[in-house]
Structures are given as structure tokens and as C-alpha cells.
Design a protein around this ligand. Structure first.
Ligand code: FNR
Length: 366
């Protein structure tokens, strides 16, 4: 179908499913085990209802905000996803170019198909990029990656903390894995095990011994803000604050790691009231990702206190099905949805959003 027939982010998924190679589709779409968390990630948003405000002048709606001190046009970013060339010949640079058209921040994956430098070279003007880091057992390699990223202008270091071992994604394991890891192997020296599906094959270098004790080390090698990606409970947000961590991403890795881990939005609804109770809400920026498919999802997360949200698969699907124009269109759809939804709930700017706009009594932890 022509791109104009995609009216929302779900549409890209069904097109991608038809046009992608089987193994590529399996790698992008799969979740861990029974995929309960994968499904919950999006459906959790359906348990939150709006409390719209009426008779507010909403002629002008402003979607802009800032994340980790960088200005951006919208409160969502392209999160890090590995193996971009499975979906598109050119890989992650397609996402970079689309993001630059919309003033959207991009998180560069450690396991990109394109090299880190290719992805940075593809950026235009003052476009903002962050680095997602899988910590190598060889800390010299990690140090080199981090310091190079800082030198090349990355504005944040997102250390993935929910993957000491990769989850079992059975769809991916079943289709096995052919060839896709060779680019990654080139960029990241480390053994490849081809018997295990794409995810496992490319991740054997990740250090499972990573712990809170390593935080001072990261602080010693970079001035970039260090962000923990994959925090899943309020205690760990508090510990992050104690370690002087400026931001966390509440995330279950798109349902690809621990199955039956809760959705990020559910954790957020738990975390923010606790931070407010302790007067810590301004000590740390909180981001969420997983299952965000509609601007209403984004707005709900912001109402509950998120500074921004990450989006993964929808942009991969848009890229795989239509290349750069697809991703540009997907971002435009979200921008359009955002404006409509803000008007309908009676809010003019990101700063006006707050818990009074949502009813969270349907969430299971409340
Ligand atoms: C990911 N994710 C991920 N996260 C990370 O820290 N390093 C990585 O290499 C990857 N790779 C990756 C590949 C693919 C194909 C997917 C779908 C996801 C997780 C990603 O950053 C994010 O947490 C989720 O994708 C968010 O969920 P949605 O938006 O995909 O539902």
C-alpha cells in the first residue's frame, strides 16, 4: 500500500510484517518467552483514562520540550535498536535523517549495523544524538567507545542495565540467524554464536558482572550525563539518585528481556508519587519506553511525570516498509495526533501537563 494509506503507527507494523524478510521480522517483532510483557506494554496505556479540561483557549499548542538539557520539537525520541540493516539496506542512518527533519533526538545503539561514525556523520546541523551502551567485558573497549562518542558530540550516555544476559526470544531463535551480525562483528569485536538467533549471536560480549560499583568508573571516563536504561522499580530509582545519576529510563526493553516484567507506564505511576513524597521529583529526569504507539500514550506518560518517551519498533517498521519517507511520515502522524489530543484534553504545552489530567485507578498497582 502507498505511504499515504498509513494513518497511524499500527499501520506501519502490518505493512512491515508483509514486506519484511521472515528472519528480520522475527528479530524486530519478537518479545521474550510468552510475550506477555510485550503485549502489556501497549495495553497498559488503555487502563489510564483522561480527565479532559474544558473551555481553555487551545488555539496555540506547543509540543516542544527539553531532554537532558537539549531542546527538541517533541517529547519523544528514537530509542536505540540494534541491526538496522535487517530492515533497510542503509540501516540506522535512515532514522538519523528522518529525525533531523523533525527535530527529534536519536539514541545510537552500540549494536547498530552502521558504524557509530556513519550514524554521527549522517546528522545535520545541531541535531542531538545520545549513545546507548552495552558494557563490554573488556573495559578498555568500553572506555574507547564512550570517549569517542563524547568527542563526536553525543549529549548523553544511556547504559543498558536490563540485559546482563539477553532474553529468550523464541521467534528469533526459531528462524535462526543468517549473516546479519557480520556488520556488528566488524564494529564490535567479540565472538558470534550463530546457533542462537540474531539477538544472542551479537551479544556475547556484554558484561553480566556490571553493578552499582561501576557507576564511579563511568563518571570518571566521561562528562556526558550517565543515564540508566532499563530501570524497573522505585527502589532502583532511589539508588540511582543516591549515585548522582541525572536520569533513568523506565523500560523492560520492549518486552524482550524478562517476561511478565511490568510495563514502564505502570512503574512510572508507582515511582513519581514516591519521589514527590520524598521531595526528590526534581533530582532526576524520568523517561519511559515500550508500547508507545499513540500521542495519547505520550501525553499520559508526561502527565504522570515522564520527561520524554522512547519509541522503538514503529520507526523500525516505517523504515523497513518505506525508508526515510516512512519514518518522516510516522513522526508527522505523531506530531499531528499530539496537537489534536492536547487540544481535546485542554492543555497548551508540555509544561501544563500533570497528574490531574489522568485517572490511573485502572492500573493494577493502584
Ligand atoms: C531493542 N532495544 C534495545 N535496547 C538497548 O538498550 N540496546 C539494543 O541494542 C536494543 N536493541 C533492540 C532491537 C530491537 C529490534 C528492538 C525492538 C528493541 C530496546 C529498545 O531500546 C526499547 O527499549 C524498546 O524497543 C521500546 O519498545 P517499543 O517502542 O519497541 O515497543
Amino acid at each position: 500500500p502507498p505511504l499515504g494509506k498509513c494513518f497511524n503507527l499500527h499501520d506501519f507494523e502490518s505493512v512491515a510484517r508483509q514486506v519484511m524478510r521472515r528472519g528480520a521480522w522475527a528479530y524486530y517483532s519478537s518479545g521474550a518467552d510468552d510475550e506477555i510483557t510485550l503485549r502489556e506494554n501497549h495495553s497498559a496505556y488503555h487502563k489510564i483514562w483522561f480527565r479532559p479540561r474544558i473551555l481553555v483557549d487551545v488555539e496555540q499548542v506547543d509540543s516542544s520540550t527539553s531532554m537532558l538539557g537539549s531542546k527538541c520539537e517533541v517529547p519523544f525520541y528514537v530509542t536505540a535498536t540494534a541491526l538496522g540493516k535487517l530492515g533497510h539496506l542503509e540501516g540506522e542512518v535512515v532514522l538519523t535523517r528522518a529525525a533531523s527533519r523533525h527535530g527529534v533526538i536519536q539514541m545510537i545503539p552500540t549494536l547498530g549495523s552502521c558504524s557509530f561514525d556513519e550514524i554521527v556523520d549522517a546528522k545535520r546541523g545541531d541535531q542531538v544524538q545520545w549513545l546507548q551502551l552495552y558494557v563490554n567485558q573488556d573495559r578498555e573497549i568500553t572506555k574507547r567507545i564512550v570517549q569517542h562518542a563524547e568527542k563526536r558530540g553525543c549529549k548523553g550516555l544511556f547504559v543498558t542495565v536490563d540485559a546482563p544476559q539477553l532474553g529468550r526470544r523464541e521467534k528469533d531463535i526459531r528462524t535462526r540467524f543468517e549473516g546479519a551480525a557480520s556488520d556488528v562483528q566488524k564494529n564490535n569485536p567479540g565472538a558470534i554464536d550463530r546457533s542462537q538467533g540474531a539477538a544472542r549471536a551479537i551479544s556475547t560480549f556484554i558484561d553480566p558482572s556490571l553493578s552499582w560499583k561501576d557507576i564511579p568508573y563511568f563518571k570518571s571516563i566521561t562528562k556526558m550525563p550517565i543515564v540508566l536504561k532499563g530501570v524497573q522499580r522505585v527502589e532502583d530509582v532511589l539508588t540511582a539518585i543516591e549515585h548522582g545519576i541525572p536520569a533513568v529510563v523506565l523500560s523492560n526493553h520492549g518486552g524482550r528481556q524478562l517476561d511478565t516484567a511490568p510495563s514502564a507506564i505502570e512503574i512510572l505511576a508507582d515511582v513519581m508519587p514516591e519521589l514527590r513524597r520524598r521531595g526528590l521529583q526534581d533530582k532526576i529526569e524520568v523517561y519511559v519506553d515500550g508500547g508507545v504507539r499513540r500521542a495519547t500514550d505520550i501525553i499520559k506518560a508526561l502527565c504522570l511525570g515522564a520527561k520524554g518517551v522512547g519509541i522503538g519498533r514503529p520507526f523500525l517498521y516505517a523504515m523497513s516498509a518505506y525508508g526515510e519517507p516512512g519514518v518522516v511520515h510516522a513522526m508527522q502522524l505523531l506530531k499531528d495526533e499530539f496537537e489534536v489530543a492536547m487540544r481535546l484534553i485542554g492543555a497548551r504545552s508540555v509544561g501544563e501537563l500533570g497528574p490531574e489530567f489522568v485517572d490511573v485507578r485502572g492500573l493494577s498497582m493502584h
